[in-house]
Design a binder for this molecule. Structure first.
Ligand code: C5P
Length: 416
């Protein structure tokens, strides 16, 4: 997944810095070369020896020593991506100000590579207006963010500020470094007419998510991914640059767009946030509402006479609601509502609750999940449209045409 990719990992001062070690292991397993910079704060929590051992490379921690060996400009030009994980409140503040008072900030100022930060701090620090301002400034400059999550912290306190899990950070890195979709063909009048979404970026989610119980077992659902894949292909056919974030499916990657494969809901959210900015978001994935709170690190054993295990569940993030309220919210956010009763009434309520623009509602009491046909209702601020039963490809073509019409492009693909 990351073969031949070079990641420069900056580890700053947070109790979560120990997770950077697992992150290095995952990045290298995915094929990346990892060079680490350890800040003075970071060195309070992990040792340079541990990082050197796991990266297989010398760790840089001193501006002036690095200057003598490689030079901060060369260090800044090496990577395909600079990943700051964990990113402390202090380091984010220094980045926002453009300081260059240690090796990490100097390299961050000198690099032209994309920068991804994974913040980790106490919830009060994360919610402080100073940190909010710093994050807004960094986002405006194109810095990407993964996490932080909400959950138990080192202190007896809970809230946003917890470092994203290493698997989520890996998914965000992979999404950022995914090869760009094939460049559009040479412009022509015909192309401009048939490709009303040319130049626009669309994010599409599809498929189920797999929530691990242990390394060999997971919780999943019956989603095949067909409707979401068809929508991604239909948007690409109208000229959009499409990022498809897909859970595990049996479908091949659709040609002409970027497919980012993830497993869990938290990885899907990280990949979606990393794919922003986008003008269109179509969230067709059947995301698991819950995950196992603490997946076992080893295969759970069936002990004679011990009875069945009880799984404690935790709530997954709502990806659609998060994207619909994101600082980089796409212009048009579309959700799906799979219902087995009161389909339209539930969809109207869902549109409001999730903060999206349209809901595509369907009755899944029949053979829809995994099947080839679908009957949908399009719920918008203006009202409800009932579409006839159609093949999923046709639902996708019509939806893409309606999206193009809404965004003001020539709507040549619309059917009468
Ligand atoms: O709440 P419900 O699962 O019915 O909402 C369905 C819509 O919300 C779909 O668009 C689905 O992709 C999205 N969703 C999500 N994250 C979740 C649950 C649902 O993005 N955790």
């Amino acid at each position: 997944m990351l073969t031949d990719r070079h990641i420069l990992l900056v580890v700053s001062g947070s109790i979560a810095a120990y997770k950077a070690l697992e992150l290095v292991r995952l990045l290298r397993k995915a094929g990346a070369t990892v060079t680490a910079i350890l800040t003075a704060g970071g060195a309070r929590f992990v040792t340079r020896e541990a990082l050197a051992g796991l990266t297989g490379q010398r760790v840089h921690d001193d501006l002036w020593a690095a200057e003598a060996e490689i030079g901060h400009i060369r260090l800044a030009r090496l990577p395909d991506l600079v990943l700051v994980a964990p990113a402390s409140a202090d380091l984010l503040a220094r980045m926002a100000q453009g300081l260059a008072d240690d090796l990490a900030t100097t390299v961050l100022l000198a690099t032209r590579a994309p920068v991804l930060v994974a913040p980790a701090m106490n919830p009060a620090m994360w919610e402080h207006p100073a940190t909010r301002d710093n994050m807004a400034r960094l986002a405006a400059r194109g810095v990407r963010v993964v996490g932080p999550g909400v959950g138990a912290m080192a202190e007896p306190e809970s809230g946003p500020g917890r470092l994203a899990e290493p698997e989520e950070i890996l998914a965000a890195v992979a999404a950022l470094l995914a090869p760009p979709a094939a460049p559009p063909a040479a412009p022509s009048v015909e192309r401009a007419l048939n490709q009303p979404l040319a130049g626009r970026h669309a994010l599409v989610t599809a498929g189920p998510t797999h929530e691990p119980i242990d390394p060999v077992r997971y919780i999943a659902n019956r989603s095949s991914g067909r409707q979401g894949y068809a929508i991604a292909a239909a948007l690409a056919a109208l000229g959009a640059r499409v990022t498809l974030v897909s859970g595990p499916t049996a479908l091949p990657d659709p040609p002409g767009l970027v497919t980012c494969r993830i497993e869990s809901a938290r990885e899907m959210l990280a990949a979606c946030e990393a794919a922003l900015p986008a003008e269109i978001a179509v969230m067709a994935a059947a995301v698991a509402d819950w995950r196992v709170a603490r997946a076992a690190g080893q295969k759970m054993k069936k002990e004679p006479g011990a009875g069945a295990p009880v799984l404690e569940m935790a709530l997954n993030p709502d990806i659609l609601a998060t994207i619909a309220r994101h600082a980089m919210r796409p212009r048009l956010v579309i959700g799906f509502a799979a219902e087995t009763e009161q389909v339209v009434a539930h969809a109207i309520e869902k549109r409001r609750r999730k903060g999206c623009d349209w809901i595509v509602a369907n009755d899944v009491s029949g053979e829809v999940m995994g099947g080839a046909r679908n009957t949908v209702h399009i719920v918008t601020a203006e009202g409800v449209e009932d579409w006839p039963e159609l093949p999923k490809d046709e639902v996708a073509t019509r939806l893409a045409a309606r999206i193009a019409a809404r965004l003001g492009g020539a709507d040549r693909a619309a059917r009468p």
